[in-house]
Design a protein around this ligand. Structure first.
Ligand code: TYD
Ligand code: ZN
Length: 411
């Protein structure tokens, strides 16, 4: 798969970026001071395909640079996400697997087993696919069957030979990471039983445009899906969209349910979302032009707010060294002169520096031991959980600052 494309990764139509966020480092590439010199950059520029409706990056780093043995992302660190995946798994068990005899569940990008653990606990036959070896090891240590490879047609054939066809293929915040999506869709189609289901969720384009949450755009997210583009993509591989279920996670996500054509009834949610997406202008160039302007306004607001904090002598600390904040911090040019450090609970990130802007990442205790005046909520997708936890900070007079404006854009 080409890392830089001039044609849509889904339908091969010629595409051009509608904006650029400039040169970007690896979003999850937290690094040591010795590594600053050789830091890798690529151009972060999204394009929209007006044939199949897919929003995508025109350039991506090598997958090995993003997902490797030191990959620092462990899903189970968030309590709310644990609850979210327990509910997700319960819905699958109650609605899909209850009539299956000895069901088989496969998850693409199973991380540390946050979702599959819920199936394992019920003795359900499962298999996780997780290319990051160190993350897969954590899942295996919990007794979750995991293979450490990238999913493709060949691996799908191997799974069918070893385990049989799957009743359900699941994935969460993974499908939008896969540039060679046609080959993955082909593999899923082969892996599923004739009445099986593919159920996956990812950040939703409609929400991103409404909220100007441009931090969803970073190297790993090669696609930002809509119902229209998902239906087009999987329609090429014999699967049809049978339901959509909006989710609050990651600032607004969509769960897509797909099945072999004609095998299941189609929910009215599907027709309704296609209408809503047209009403929102997801198929129009003007919509992306407005998004670009909204990003520029968002940048100006944030930089001005931080400069003002500095001017009046208030200490500002970042909260949550997220991948998505790499886009915000680099696009806005926010470095250690405006943010003292970023507090994060992930041991692998602590003691390192943020990609590109090189803001030190410090353990959570550094934040609580000497509260700053202002905390920039970079992990805004965990707002509810963090606000519950950080009553002490606000009681101490601490103020929260959102990296993205609250008001909605006019899409
Ligand atoms: P994540 O939600 O995975 O976002 P992204 O996909 O953009 O990386 O990252 C959340 C980060 O925030 C992760 O590094 C852990 C950190 N974090 C805290 O430091 N404290 C908290 O209370 C929570 C919920 C997260
Ligand atoms: Zn296309």
């Amino acid at each position: 798969m080409e890392l830089k494309v001039n044609n849509c990764r889904v339908c091969s139509t010629s595409i051009k970026p509608f904006m650029t966020f400039g040169k970007m480092p690896i979003a999850n590439g937290f690094l040591t001071a010795e590594q600053f010199k050789g830091e890798y950059y690529f151009e972060l520029a999204p394009a929209f395909c007006n044939k199949c409706g897919m929003l995508q990056l025109i350039e991506q780093p090598e997958p090995e640079m993003m997902f490797h043995e030191n990959y620092a992302f462990f899903s189970s660190l968030s309590k709310h996400m644990q609850i979210h995946f327990r509910d997700f798994a319960n819905q699958v068990k109650n609605r899909v697997l209850k009539d299956c005899e000895d069901p088989f569940v496969v998850e693409l990008g199973s991380n540390d087993g946050i979702m599959l653990g819920n199936f394992k606990d019920d003795g359900i036959h499962h298999l996780g696919i997780e290319p990051s070896e160190n993350v897969a090891d954590v899942a295996r240590s919990k007794g979750i069957q995991t293979v450490s490879e990238f999913f493709n047609l060949k691996l799908a054939e191997q799974i069918v030979a070893d385990h049989g066809h799957a009743d359900v293929v699941l994935s969460a915040n993974v499908m939008c990471h896969i540039p060679d999506i046609n080959s993955v869709a082909e593999g899923i189609s082969l892996l599923l039983k004739s009445d099986g289901m593919l159920i996956f969720e990812d950040p939703y384009l409609g929400d991103m445009l409404i909220k100007t949450s441009y931090d969803q755009i970073y190297d790993e997210h090669v696609f930002i899906f809509s119902a229209t583009s998902v239906a087009w993509l999987f329609g090429q591989h014999g699967l049809e969209l049978i339901d959509v279920l909006p989710q609050l996670t990651h600032g607004g996500s969509m769960r897509y349910v797909l099945a072999p054509k004609g095998s299941h009834p189609i929910s009215e949610n599907v027709g309704n979302i296609f209408i809503r997406e047209r009403e929102q202008g997801l198929d129009k160039a003007e919509t992306y032009d407005l998004f670009r302007k909204n990003c520029e306004a968002s940048k100006e607001r944030l930089v001005n707010l931080l400069k003002e904090e500095k001017k009046v002598g208030r200490r500002v600390v970042g909260y949550g060294a997220t991948s998505k904040s790499t886009t915000i911090l680099n696009y806005c040019g926010i470095g250690p002169s405006l943010i003292e450090f970023i507090s994060d609970t992930t041991p692998l990130k602590q003691g390192k520096f943020s990609p590109g802007m090189h803001i030190p990442v410090k353990p959570y205790e550094t934040f609580t031991e000497n509260y700053p005046d202002t905390a920039l909520l970079l992990a805004w997708n965990h707002q509810t959980e963090i606000m519950e936890k950080e009553k002490g900070f606000t009681e101490h007079g601490g103020r929260w600052l959102s990296p993205l404006p609250e008001e909605k854009s006019k899409t």
